[in-house]
Design a protein around this ligand. Structure first.
Ligand SMILES: Nc1ncnc2c1ncn2[C@@H]1O[C@H](COP(=O)(O)OP(=O)(O)OP(=O)(O)O)[C@@H](O)[C@H]1O
Ligand SMILES: [Mg+2]
Length: 213
């Protein structure tokens, strides 16, 4: 089996920036690697992503939102993640099951144990070997995310969650920190206020350590 690494954190903390650099780093070292993201990663998942992340005609009840995220995950795990792990690849995934626990659980208020059950069901109990959590004050993250969003056209902004209020994003941050505290072996928490280059050095350090284990 390969190595399954997830990148987590609030909006704008730098997950996508860092995962792209990490994939380049592994490729340069000749380590077979697959970079993917949630929601998404499959044709079906990308359709669901459009519905879930863009502001559109849909009104989601929290339960509906939860089931659509986890439906996309069921497809993603079977179609993309497990086959790549079975080929011995390092899979780098931009958000995964922890995001559902914090967004739909800690922030939206759905039952945490129900979400744990659903996550285990749709992933066939697959857990990341390593989860890198980029921790950042929400004001800083949202400013970064909004600057990025402002450069995009309306249809590709994926800003339905950025539009939530500050209290919502604070719950996301706290939820992630709680999960990291509960699963210290799996999580590595990085202070995401640093420069892109310094953060990437830390990401590489954690990746190298996990690859040696
Ligand atoms: N360490 C950093 N310092 C300053 N700006 C950064 C840093 N990392 C990323 N950025 C910038 O902040 C914006 C958001 O970064 P990025 O898209 O990587 O975050 P994200 O965590 O993937 O956000 P989202 O949750 O919205 O997908 C981008 O414009 C990016 O260039
Ligand atoms: Mg991103």
């Amino acid at each position: 089996m390969g190595l399954f690494v997830t990148f987590e954190g609030i909006e704008g903390c730098g997950k996508t920036t860092q995962i792209l650099l990490a994939a380049d780093y592994l490729a340069k070292r000749g380590i077979p690697c697959l970079r993917t993201e949630e929601p998404g990663g499959t044709t079906l998942g990308r359709k669901l992503r459009e519905m879930l992340l863009n502001r559109g005609p849909f009104i989601f009840y929290p339960e509906t939102e939860l089931l659509l995220f986890t439906a996309a995950r069921a497809q993603h795990v079977r179609e993309v993640i497990l086959p790549a792990l079975e080929e011995g690849k390092v899979v780098l995934c931009d958000r995964f099951a922890d995001a559902t626990l914090v967004y739909q659980g800690y922030a939206r208020g759905l039952d945490i144990e129900a979400i744990r059950f659903l996550n285990a069901f749709v992933t066939n109990s697959l857990k990341p070997d390593l989860t890198i959590l980029f921790d950042l004050p929400v004001e800083v993250g949202l400013n970064r995310a909004r600057e990025r969003i402002a450069r995009l056209n309306l249809a590709s902004r994926e800003d339905r969650f950025e539009e939530e209020d500050l209290a919502f994003h604070k719950k996301i941050r706290e939820g992630y920190l709680l999960l990291a505290h509960q699963e210290k072996d799996r999580f590595r928490v990085i202070d995401a206020a640093g420069s892109i280059a310094n953060l990437q050095d830390t990401v590489r350090f954690h990746l190298d350590s996990a690859l040696r284990e």
